[in-house]
Design a protein around this ligand. Sequence first.
Ligand code: A2P
Length: 282
Amino acid sequence: TPKGSCLESVKIAIDTGYRHIDGAFVYYNEHEVGQAIREKIAEGKIKREDIFYCGKLWNTCHPPELVRPTLEKTLKILQLDYVDLYIIELPMAFKPGDAIYPKDENGKIIYHETDLCATWEAMEACKDAGLAKSIGVSNFNRRQLEMILNKPGLKYKPVSNQVECHPYFTQPKLLEFCRQHDIVIVGYSPLGTSRDETWVNVSSPPLLKDPVLNAIGKKYNKTAAQVALRFSIQRGVVVIPKSFNPQRIKENFQIFDFSLTEKEMKEIEALNKNVRYVELLM
Ligand code: A2P
């Protein structure tokens, strides 16, 4: 993100009423997020405990001995004492080191063998140390969740699993599994994400152009984006829409003054294409 735009956007978001902020070391703007939170606290607009900040453990930091130092680095960048939620960003490990995407001479990612359960134990230790209030995972499928849930001596269950989730990718089976285990689904790309071909599967049509979402929106004087977000929160999926545009940041928050009927929810559910925008091909 262009320098400063994240700082400004987070401040606008907090003024608008957002409290849940989803970040990561690999977004390279955690310093701006932290600054925005601290400025808003200094202004008296919020207290630290009003904010719910989620940070993420990157793939190169899965070896257990790296987990706490990595979280401490994030806290240093944020200049905060704790994160509200710390999650394993992806269920596969890359070779530890300075390169975020370590590659061999043929340009292939260098993976690293680690035990996800051992990584999880290091995450549990971060919670015990008070550096993270809660711990969770991201991009985990059912089998990977079960590995953690069935770990002998499990101390804390993952509280959440952050995955792609929106009307074109509704995740019914994973959602049901997570419900049964009290794991909150946090839906990323809730608006169908950007159309950036470097990491987005653009062969799937743009979500916000969908006729059903637009027709339902018309009825409530809402946009397709607002209908998509409302749909997710109404099925108990937490949404983390991304925008760096002040008007759209506000628009995405105006979703608590209407509700979709059961019939409309079913119509939107039927839009599911089972196709991901974010394929994470690495
Ligand atoms: P921008 O930052 O210019 O607002 P997702 O949250 O699914 O990842 O989607 C993010 C993309 O959707 C970004 O390209 C963002 O662009 C755009 N976006 C965010 N809010 C809206 C909205 N209300 N209407 C249309 N596009 C939006």
